[in-house]
Design a protein around this ligand. Structure first.
Ligand code: ZN
Length: 506
């Protein structure tokens, strides 16, 4: 009844306005699948912003599709959709979308065509999940659009206390990689890779034991759980239970001493290693550097006749030089020439030489020339469409039978996931800061080349050979050297971090 009324008003407010002229704007029917709902619709989309290939959906189709109320204000050319409990405002001619108090920028602006506002389809895939519990994925090639509820995989939080200890458990739907950042005073931040949570569910407002409060937030591709600790907490350890489906942080209170111990400035927390990690030798003495592709396998091909196999080899050689001469780290290259080596052979080499780290170098390619920047992967089940796609491309060198397990959670590599994530964060932050490149973040994917490694292992995508800016860099020897130096700095930093942990656990 109310909805009918709303639509009636919306209808009355929609103006008769001059139409934008977009001659020959491509039109296509997209099939809409409602995930879990069974029914499917067809909607008509248009490419209104040529030469951009972005598809646009009319405001009416959009509100029908989402089953939400629509308001149009002619005077200011604003469209308001009421999505669940949120007011989402679009303005014709603007790229900004305002949802409650958050403003999100679209790549394309909202257009006015045939008497109504048309919204770029990226709103559904990129913005909707941030503003609501709904999720949409678009496959422009297959002309399909899937709509559904966002699936949460960070399910709950429990805090329990006993004696001098307080335990905090985060329940996950399935095992996810995570990393604990303890660099701030009396505060731990758990970054959960591929985590999706509802901040309203993962919170603690009243102090319990050594935990003062817990907050959570959702970022693109990660979930963060932030724990404020009581002044009494002196150390913690991070563990997993239930095959990785529970993250456990155990906080301990220091024994009370008569004379207060001097507190080191900066951080009061000391991480104690979980039992299975104690005595583990993570000294970084020997590193295997893997120049991706080679021989008949050219890897990605891009602008300026760039070939991935040449770039990876050039950077690998520079990295070898710096690590050996400057940092006294022994380096083994999986290839030192233009030769073809199987993916499995590469990690076998690292295992045979008992390397302490395995670093695989690659370059990205993407049909959209605007994609650019550097990203670093560590092994874990691929979580997003993008990650899975990159993994599929990089795994192309594997024969079909061996390819079957490339997405599986590998137990051997899993033992090193914390260290791999730490190394990946270090390398990614150095590369993006030192080289001034677009920071695409640390990601997880099931690369075959990392699966067999019995050591911390990462895969670095040094840039896009398909992007003009990145390609110019990737073809320059000065860039190869700068990238190598930056990665060497990260490895040295990682070595220092591991040394410090071993020192403390002694
Ligand atoms: Zn590659």
């Amino acid at each position: 009844m109310t909805r009918l009324f709303v639509f009636l008003i919306a209808f009355l407010l929609i103006p008769v306005a001059p139409q934008a002229q977009v001659p020959d704007a491509p039109v296509a029917d997209f099939t809409v699948r409602h995930v879990g709902g069974g029914r499917s619709d067809t909607i008509e989309l248009r490419q209104l912003a040529a030469p951009s290939e972005e598809w646009f959906i009319s405001s009416q189709e959009l509100s029908d599709l989402l089953g939400v109320g629509r308001f149009w204000r002619t005077d200011v050319r604003k469209l308001v959709l009421r999505i669940d409990d949120r007011r989402v405002t679009f303005t014709v001619g603007a790229r900004s979308v305002v949802g409650n108090d958050e403003t999100i920028m679209l790549r394309q602006e909202v257009l006015y065509f045939e008497g109504e506002a048309w919204i770029p389809l990226e709103f559904l895939s990129d913005v909707l999940p941030r503003l609501s519990d709904r999720q949409a994925s678009v496959d422009a090639q297959a002309r399909t659009l899937s709509l559904g509820e966002r699936r949460l995989n960070v399910l709950g939080l429990e805090v329990s206390r006993g004696g001098d200890q307080t335990e905090l458990r985060i329940r996950l739907e399935s095992a996810l990689a995570f990393r604990v950042d303890d660099s701030r005073v009396r505060n731990l931040v758990i970054k959960i890779y591929g985590g999706a949570l509802d901040p309203g569910q993962i919170r603690l407002n009243t102090a319990q034991g050594l935990v003062d409060a817990v907050r959570a937030r959702q970022a693109d591709g990660y979930a963060y759980v932030e724990v404020d600790l009581s002044q009494l907490a002196s150390r913690y350890q991070s563990l997993t239970e239930d095959d990785g489906k529970t993250i456990l942080l155990r906080m301990e209170q220091a024994p009370v001493t008569l004379i207060p111990e001097p507190q080191p400035r900066g951080t009061y927390m000391v991480q104690t290693l979980p039992p299975e990690q104690q005595g583990r030798d993570v000294a970084v003495r020997r590193v295997v550097i893997d120049a991706g592709h080679g021989g008949g396998d050219l890897g990605a091909e891009g602008l300026n006749d760039l070939r991935e196999k040449d770039i990876t080899l050039a950077v690998a050689r520079q990295l070898e030089k710096i690590l050996e001469r400057r940092d006294n780290i022994e380096v083994i290259l999986t290839r030192d020439g233009d030769e073809s080596i199987g993916l499995i052979e590469r990690t076998e080499m690292a295992n045979r030489y008992k390397a302490d780290l395995f670093i695989s170098l690659h370059c990205n390619a993407w049909p959209n020339a605007r994609a650019r920047g550097v990203e670093t992967y560590f092994l874990s089940p691929a979580k997003t469409e993008w990650d899975a796609d990159v993994a599929r491309k990089e795994n192309a060198g594997v024969r079909a039978a061996e390819d079957l397990d490339f997405m599986l959670w590998d137990l051997v590599q899993n033992a090193w996931i914390q260290e791999s994530a730490t190394l990946a964060e270090e390398v990614q932050s150095r590369l993006s800061t030192d080289l001034g490149m677009n920071n695409r973040g640390v990601k997880q994917a099931g690369f075959r080349v990392l699966v067999g490694a019995f050591m911390p292992a990462i895969l670095v995508e040094l840039g896009f050979v398909t992007n003009r800016e990145d390609a110019a860099r990737l073809s320059s020897p000065a860039f190869h050297e700068a990238a190598a130096e930056s990665m060497a700095d990260a490895i040295v930093q990682f070595r220092a971090r591991m040394d410090a942990i071993r020192e403390r656990s002694r």
